[in-house]
Design a protein. Structure first.
Lengths: 74, 232
C-alpha cells in the first residue's frame, strides 16, 4: 500500500493548525473525509483512526495527534 | 462527528498503523463493490464512486489485463500514484513552467491479488469524449473557448515532454475540461519517464523483445484539436 505525498502534506498542513482551542481540523479538499484531532484520548465510534507524532511528519513539536479516516471517499 | 470516549489504548506502532490503514481501505473497497456507480471504463480499469457528492473516486485496475507471463506491460497502481504525486507537486510544476493543476490528486494505492486499487480525486467536469458524445455545449463552463483550451493543453504537453515525462495514451477519454475550463489529464497507466537522451519513449522494447509503439502525445492533441475545431 502507498500513501501519496500529497495526502501526507495535507495531513501535515491540518496538524499544524491544531492548537489548544482548535482540537479538530479537517484536511483540505479533496481529502475532507479525513481530519486530525489533538484529543488522542478519544477515538471515533468506528475506530477509523491512527495516532501519529507531530515530529514524524516534520512538525517541530512534541506530542501526538489522531488522524481520523472517517470517510475516505470524502 | 460524534465522539465517544472509549477505554481503548490506541495502538500506534508502525505495523499496527499499516494494519488499520489496510483495514480502512479494504472496508471502503468492499463497501464500494456493493454500492457504487461506474463513472468511467477503459481497456484495463474501471473508475467508481459511491455517490455524486464524493470528492474521491476509486480506480480499479484488472492486473490480468496489464500483465503477461508475470511481467507487467502497463504501470501498476503503485507506479501510477508516483506519477500523479510528481505531477501534483506545485514546486515541480513551477520548475517546469506549469502554473495550474493538471492531474487529479492521488490519495492511496493498494495491490491486492488480481486487482490494483487507486484512490484519487474525482474531477468535476467532462472529458472531451463526453463532449463529443453529447455534441452539446451545455456542460462546458461559461465563456469556454476551445482555441484557448487547446493552447493550454499544448503548452502542458510541451512542458511535460521537455521534462521527459510522456503520457502515451492521450485519447479523448483521458482529457478533462474542468469547471474552470482548464485541461486535466487522467490515467497514467501507460506513462513513462525517460532518463537517457537516446531513449525513445514511443518505441519501447518489452520483455519478449517485441517493440511496442505509442502515438506521440502531441500527435494525439493535434488530432483531437482538429476534430473538435472542425465540429464546432
Amino acid at each position: 500500500m502507498k500513501v501519496s505525498k500529497d495526502y501526507r502534506l495535507a495531513v501535515k498542513a491540518a496538524a499544524e493548525k491544531l492548537e489548544k482551542d482548535t482540537k479538530k481540523v479537517s484536511l483540505e479538499k479533496p481529502y475532507g473525509g479525513s481530519y486530525v484531532s489533538s484529543e488522542i484520548n478519544f477515538i471515533s465510534e468506528n475506530n477509523k483512526a491512527i495516532t501519529m507524532e507531530f515530529r514524524e511528519i516534520g512538525i517541530d513539536r512534541d506530542g501526538k495527534f489522531l488522524l481520523v479516516l472517517d470517510n475516505i471517499l470524502g | 462527528m460524534l465522539f465517544k470516549e472509549k477505554n481503548i489504548k490506541i495502538e500506534d506502532g508502525f505495523e499496527k498503523r499499516r494494519e488499520i490503514f489496510n483495514k480502512i481501505i479494504e472496508d471502503t473497497i468492499s463497501e464500494l463493490e456493493k454500492n457504487c456507480q461506474s463513472i468511467g471504463e477503459g481497456k484495463t480499469a474501471e473508475v467508481k464512486i459511491m455517490n455524486e457528492r464524493n470528492s474521491i473516486c476509486l480506480k480499479i485496475v484488472d492486473n490480468s489485463k496489464i500483465r503477461k507471463n508475470g511481467v507487467h506491460l502497463n504501470n501498476e497502481v503503485n507506479e501510477e500514484i508516483e506519477f500523479l504525486d510528481k505531477l501534483s507537486d506545485k514546486n515541480f510544476l513551477q520548475t517546469i513552467g506549469i502554473e495550474k493543476k493538471i492531474v487529479p490528486k492521488p490519495m492511496f494505492s493498494k495491490q491486492s491479488g488480481n486487482y490494483g486499487f487507486l484512490f484519487l480525486e474525482k474531477i468535476e467536469g467532462i472529458t472531451i469524449e463526453d463532449f463529443l458524445k453529447q455534441k452539446s455545449n451545455n456542460k462546458l463552463p461559461e465563456n469556454f473557448n476551445w482555441e484557448s483550451y487547446f493552447a493550454k493543453l499544448e503548452n502542458i504537453i510541451t512542458k511535460l515532454n521537455s521534462a521527459k515525462l510522456f503520457h502515451r495514451d492521450l485519447h479523448e477519454g483521458n482529457i478533462f475540461i474542468n469547471k474552470e475550463g482548464d485541461p486535466i489529464i487522467i490515467d497514467f497507466g501507460d506513462a513513462c519517464e525517460t532518463f537517457l537522451s537516446d531513449e525513445d519513449p514511443y518505441h519501447q522494447e518489452k520483455y519478449d523483445g517485441n517493440i511496442i509503439s505509442y502515438i506521440p502525445d502531441m500527435q494525439h492533441v493535434k488530432r483531437i484539436k482538429e476534430k473538435i475545431l472542425n465540429l464546432i
